[in-house]
Design a protein around this ligand. Structure first.
Ligand SMILES: NC(=O)c1ccc[n+]([C@@H]2O[C@H](COP(=O)([O-])OP(=O)(O)OC[C@H]3O[C@@H](n4cnc5c(N)ncnc54)[C@H](OP(=O)(O)O)[C@@H]3O)[C@@H](O)[C@H]2O)c1
Length: 310
């Protein structure tokens, strides 16, 4: 079996080689752009591989995403149709994402956004502290990451609502579903966490209407994909003080262009897409297991439904 590694994180390729050769002896790893004979390659491990590359591999059977989102693969118009796409589900990454989500909730709930401003003004001033049990947190997307975040935030005492495509039943979480449930979900969410995949149906879902449904003075934390949010509508909601603040790990264009107004908005906090970082030391195991399943002609786990888009 020959496996191709094509990743924009070029500093990690030798680590991937060591890990793969140790975990799957006999499997040969080639590293893009040193592909060799394209028809040798049956599996590709990809993160932001150049569009068109996968279409040049005639014997390709499976693409393993090196990140939990697969929009970087599905937006390649030349992606071969018969190839299985497996997304990465790594519990280490889920933990990292939940840590970021918890940070975001506590940052706004405990008003560190305002205290940061006070410090810059050398201002010693106490603010009233909202009651945890009265501040509803909303989690959009209740998949591997969203469900973990919802559970952990609930365990701190916040009331939590969730929203997903199909109905869910999660202990202690008020679950809403589909388009019909979206308005009711947004209506009482004071801190909104985005954990949806970027698909045709979710692109731009946080637009002026959705933001308008959220209560006055609420907050947005986007740690999923920038394309979920209409950034002009977000800036407008902040300008009008409808939204009190936003923490963004992802933006529509990455890296965020230096002159983008989000960089300097006083109530926006930006991180450079670091909420969850793939760690080859933990990600190797689910990937190796899927390669073994493919070799044993068993169904791979976490296969992407292309129609659904995630
Ligand atoms: N910033 C970072 O560093 C970072 C790191 C890792 C992941 N991410 C992002 O996080 C996203 C979520 O990851 P995950 O592993 O939790 O995904 P997942 O397990 O596939 O879960 C996706 C969730 O979104 C829901 N959903 C999808 N389309 C929907 C729609 N049209 N309407 C309503 N709900 C919809 C799904 O509903 P059902 O449950 O009904 O299917 C599911 O609950 C990834 O796609 C990726 O973009 C970001």
């Amino acid at each position: 079996m020959v496996v191709l590694l094509a990743t924009s994180h070029t500093d990690e390729v030798e680590l991937w080689r060591r890990l793969l050769e140790k975990r799957l002896p006999g499997v040969e790893l080639r590293i893009y752009p040193a592909i060799g004979e394209p028809s040798d390659i049956e599996v590709a491990l990809a993160w932001k591989a150049p569009h068109g590359l996968l279409a040049t591999l005639p014997q390709l059977r499976m693409v393993c995403s090196l990140g939990m989102g697969v929009d970087h693969l599905l937006d390649d118009p030349t992606l071969p149709s018969g190839v299985v796409i497996a997304r990465l589900v790594d519990s280490n990454m889920v933990e990292q994402m939940s840590e970021y989500a918890l940070y975001g909730v506590l940052h706004f709930h405990r008003r560190f956004d305002v205290y940061e401003r006070f410090q810059s003004e050398h201002r010693w001033q106490e603010l009233p502290l909202p009651h945890t049990a009265a501040r509803r947190v909303g989690v959009m997307g209740l998949g591997e990451i969203g469900a973990d975040c919802a559970r952990k935030i609930r365990s701190l005492g916040f009331p939590v609502s969730g929203w997903s495509r199909t109905p869910k039943s999660l202990p202690g979480i008020q679950c809403h579903t589909g388009k019909e449930g979206l308005n009711a979900f947004l209506a009482d969410v004071e801190i909104l966490l985005l954990l949806l995949p970027l698909t045709e149906r979710t692109a731009g879902i946080i637009d002026a209407r959705a933001l308008g449904r959220m209560p006055h003075g609420s907050y947005l934390v986007n740690l999923a994909r920038g394309g979920l949010v209409v950034e002009s509508a977000l800036l407008d909601a902040l300008e009008r003080d409808h939204l009190a603040g936003a923490l963004l790990d992802v933006t529509a264009v990455e890296p965020l262009p230096p002159d983008h107004p989000l960089w300097t908005h006083p109530r926006v906090k930006i991180t450079p897409h670091i909420a969850g970082l793939t760690n080859p030391l933990t990600a190797i195991e689910p990937i190796a297991r899927n390669i073994e399943r493919l070799m044993a002609k068993q169904p791979v786990t976490h296969a992407v439904d292309r129609e659904r888009g995630y």
